[in-house]
Design a protein around this ligand. Structure first.
Ligand SMILES: Cc1cc2nc3c(=O)[nH]c(=O)nc-3n(C[C@H](O)[C@H](O)[C@H](O)COP(=O)(O)OP(=O)(O)OC[C@H]3O[C@@H](n4cnc5c(N)ncnc54)[C@H](O)[C@@H]3O)c2cc1C
Length: 414
């Protein structure tokens, strides 16, 4: 693992970022590395301590402005934290990243009262947030959302189910996107986001079920049975739920998943290089063989590309440059490159790859978890084709730059 940032990242990192990088290295060495085996050995257990330790560092407040008690450190800083955590434990990184997406939504769509009340609690980790968009039947098709919110005087009643919700078992508040218009109304007008506190009557969470990887991380099901929330808990306006979900997925979710796959990718290359250079063969080591070097070199080339696109995209975001296609492309390509390296790593290890006491199979399982969230590859490519065709879409990165003057958005075609 690299203790210091690679020189190639110098264009994107300030001394403050480098300081955060060192802090993350110290944190993973002290608190994370020793937990990895324990989390792997107990797939049905929910990891709770790590989120508290990260909250103690105020990392859930990394993008929250200082006026609300956050670090106000921006998107590159967020990438540094997720990347460095993921190089040691994708679970730790997943817990942090899943908490940061809804915080982004609250920051950009919350009223002054909502931000004053909730952001300080989010910044110090008193309250962890989740964002609940995906549904058991509709999956990633946001227009198919069946969860319904009905107005009842000064309250809303929400009924429905949400699936694969990151930090489902840790969050004290969920941002729930629900339908507030009849099924024939287009998604760009039919959905609304709500702040739903975890203790609300009628809200239940299914028991934690272990996934393929990310052991200790929870991405479970929420059920809402006529959950009553005050009207003041609406996030954004009626009909803006699609935009709340879409903007936070593009500006926070995609770069977060990019950083997560980058950290796993780095661990794949490190693990493989270490193994090949220590496995004896023909009086030397496997790493001496040109065919093996060719494959390892390919892995390193992919890692370097993944590193550059990850940091370049969030640097553009911090500079308030319109860069949605770069955030999307980095998530898409970062995962693809890492998944390809994961396959090479498995093959280069021979049968050793399959040993459950060896970290490689964990990395191979964990990398599968960076494909579906914040848009599958198919959806990233649909979006990127619009860039290629010049057919356009809302540039959320551009709107972020003029955030204070956000106005209701007209639906875009498609
Ligand atoms: C680790 C993890 C964390 C997650 N965290 C959250 C979270 O915090 N909040 C949340 O709301 N969700 C979360 N999700 C859910 C994630 O957003 C969904 O898995 C994703 O949107 C895809 O939905 P699905 O898995 O139901 O697949 P489906 O929507 O059923 O899609 C299955 C396949 O069909 C393809 N497909 C579907 N429709 C089309 C189309 N129109 N054109 C082309 N291809 C299509 C998809 O790309 C995919 O390959 C998380 C998932 C994971 C794995």
């Amino acid at each position: 693992m690299s203790a210091a940032p690679p020189a190639a990242l110098a264009p994107y990192l300030t001394p403050a970022h480098e300081h955060l990088w060192s802090e993350a290295e110290e944190f993973t060495a002290r608190h994370v590395a020793s937990r990895v085996e324990r989390m792997e050995a107990a797939p049905h257990k929910v990891e709770r301590k790590l989120s508290r330790l990260m909250a103690g560092r105020r990392w859930f407040g990394v993008t929250i402005p200082a006026e609300y008690g956050g670090l106000g450190a921006g998107h590159v800083a967020k990438t540094v934290l997720i990347h460095r955590l993921a190089a040691v434990s994708a679970t730790a990184a997943a817990i942090l990243q899943a908490g940061l997406i809804p915080i982004g939504a609250l920051q950009h769509w919350g009223t002054a009262e909502q931000k004053t009340r909730w952001l300080p609690l989010a910044a110090d980790g008193t309250v962890l947030l989740s964002i609940a968009v995906t549904e058991p039947r509709a999956g990633g098709h946001i227009g198919g959302i069946e969860t319904v919110a009905e107005r009842d005087g000064d309250t809303w009643l929400i009924t429905g189910s949400k699936a694969h919700i990151g930090n489902s078992h840790l969050a004290g508040m969920h941002i729930v996107v629900a339908r507030t218009a009849p099924p024939d109304v287009t998604a760009s007008k039919a959905l609304t986001a709500f702040l739903v506190e975890h203790g609300c009557k009628g809200l239940t969470v299914d028991p934690h079920r272990a996934g393929l990887g990310l052991r200790g991380f929870t991405a479970g099901r929420l059920h809402l049975d006529r959950v009553r929330i005050p009207a003041a808990n609406m996030l954004g306006n009626v009909g803006e739920g699609l935009y709340v979900a879409q903007s936070s997925s593009i500006l926070y979710g995609r770069p977060n998943l990019t950083a997560l796959s980058l950290g796993i990718h780095e661990a794949l290359v490190d693990t493989t290089a270490t193994y090949l250079s220590s496995r004896a063969r023909y009086g030397g080591h496997l790493s001496d063989l040109p065919v093996v070097q060719d494959r390892l070199g390919g892995m390193q080339a992919r890692l370097q590309t993944a590193q550059t696109i990850a940091y370049q995209a969030v640097d553009l975001l911090d500079r308030k440059v319109a860069c949605d296609n770069h955030l999307i492309g980095a998530k898409h390509t970062g995962h693809q490159l890492a998944a390809r390296s994961a396959q090479d790593a498995m093959e280069l290890h021979g049968a050793r790859a399959l040993d459950t006491d060896y970290p490689l199979q964990r990395l191979f399982r964990d990398i599968q978890h960076t494909y579906p969230p914040a848009g599958t590859g198919e959806f990233q490519r649909i979006h990127l084709a619009k860039t290629a065709l010049g057919t356009g879409f809302v540039e959320w990165s551009e709107r972020l730059a003029t955030e204070s003057s956000w106005t209701p958005i007209e639906p875009t075609p498609g």
